[in-house]
Design a protein around this ligand. Sequence first.
Ligand SMILES: CCS(=O)(=O)c1ccc(CC(=O)Nc2nc(-c3ccccc3)c(C(=O)c3ccccc3CC(C)C)s2)cc1
Length: 244
Amino acid sequence: HSLQSLDDMCASIVRSHRETSQYRVEELQVLRWKLYSREEIQVYQSKSVDEMWQHCASRLTDAVQYVVEFAKQIPGFRTLSQNDQIALLKTGSMEVVLVRMSRFFNAENNSVFFDGKFAGVEVFKSLACGDLITAVFDFAHGMCALKLSEQQIALFSALVLINADRPCLEDRGRVQRAQRSLEFGLRHILHRDNQESLMHKLNQRMAVLRSLCSLHMEKLQWFSQHYPLTAHILFPPLYKELFA
Ligand SMILES: CCS(=O)(=O)c1ccc(CC(=O)Nc2nc(-c3ccccc3)c(C(=O)c3ccccc3CC(C)C)s2)cc1
């Protein structure tokens, strides 16, 4: 790798991340203390389980759509077969959404950006999956502690997606080559930022992401068994395609 091409690759991924990130950090900074009132929390808590799941699934699907656009701009993703692109998005898109969402976690009041304001765990009570919600909050806490820059998040997100260990890949070798080049890119910017120690911590975060996403799939299975109509008819097609 010439240094120039490594810099160019990193710059293009950072640009793609910015263009597809749905909300900018500077945009949401001003909202960080816009919390839900007791009455508004009450409204969320009085929603039925399937109503709240449906609401969240459509919010999540919006976020995933932007991650699909991000993926399509990653060098090495476009040249993969359709099947391999779907296989990477099936397991990686939720992980990138979680990485992106953790940028807006407010560790001081333990709240996440949801529906235009910042919500504590209590807002999600009617989902009836407290362990998943707690795990998402804990993950966001852990990501916040790393204080990643947008550039580091951009390269990390690309690496979360282009992962040769994912199941059912046709051309694992090609994904491996793309993954290695992104690993060079991430190491390059961590070296430049004098933060090589982050690499190990980011690998640990990836392991947490995998367990978080399998917990999400578990809960989705539970939900689809109890509310088949909502899950099969009312959920957004992309959510079903990727997660069901
Ligand atoms: C991702 C791009 S972004 O610009 O950062 C962005 C863009 C848009 C938003 C607004 C937003 O949709 N926030 C949501 N928050 C949560 C959530 C919920 C429980 C705890 C923590 C965050 C959503 C979920 O539906 C969710 C997310 C992770 C795991 C599980 C669920 C719920 C299950 C039932 C689907 S959607 C936030 C951030």
